[in-house]
Design a protein around this ligand. Sequence first.
Ligand SMILES: [Zn+2]
Length: 278
Amino acid sequence: MEVVRLGLAEHVAGRTVAAVEVRHPRSVRRHLAGELDFAARLAGRQVHAARRRGKYLWLDLGDGEALLAHLGMSGQMRIQPADAPDETHLRVRLAFADGGPELRFIDQRTFGGLSVEDLVDGLPVPVAHIARDSLDAHFDLDAVVAGIRRRHTGLKRALLDQTLVSGIGNIYADEALWRAQLHWARPTATLTRAHARAVLTAATEVMTEALAAGGTSFDALYVNINGASGYFDRSLAAYGQDGCPCPRCGTPIRRESFMNRSSYTCPRCQPRPRHPHP
Ligand SMILES: [Zn+2]
């Protein structure tokens, strides 16, 4: 996502929107005033900056408004020459007054979407409850460590809680817990500051490595794992490794059910706490 944001900042900031074409109404369903209003609100507006939080990206339009994009499972923002053929799943097109490359929102499954939103304290309203992710330049590790230790929950639940820290999915959480040698059911209130710091740092490492090796967005990485190829095939220590030897100690990795999904741990490196959080 950070890669996408940088691309938008480089190619779109400073340009003025000339026209908007909505090719699928579902992709602007979050813009409650409708697609005509959506297009009218954008025409003539200059893009000031590209920003991001978690899976949300937005273009600051000035005057307290932003074009917000939620990429969902399959959404992509692409910069394309105006004469490039339309993509099969092109949903929204923004043309610019300079006649240069267009901004295209492509989304096969239409779970994502675009809307024009008011900014409150610099954030689009739907983003206000989303915490920064650990790759964000303004991520405050100490504040998140303190936040996790104040919770009365299990460690993995805290890592997946988007109001504490965003961007850590099931896979990254299991890999980070394995690296930090902590069990997923560890009550957060019993964590030392060093433990909390270690698992968050490990999550950042896993995300950074995956990003470097696997693609341009976290979504792409999930696609990769379903296809059983790429980075995860070679690099996963715990996630999906049920019965395989732990790369650190050789004990078989164990799968346990967790919130209708799975958690993978090494029973030796990540001993179950005496009083696990349910
Ligand atoms: Zn182990």
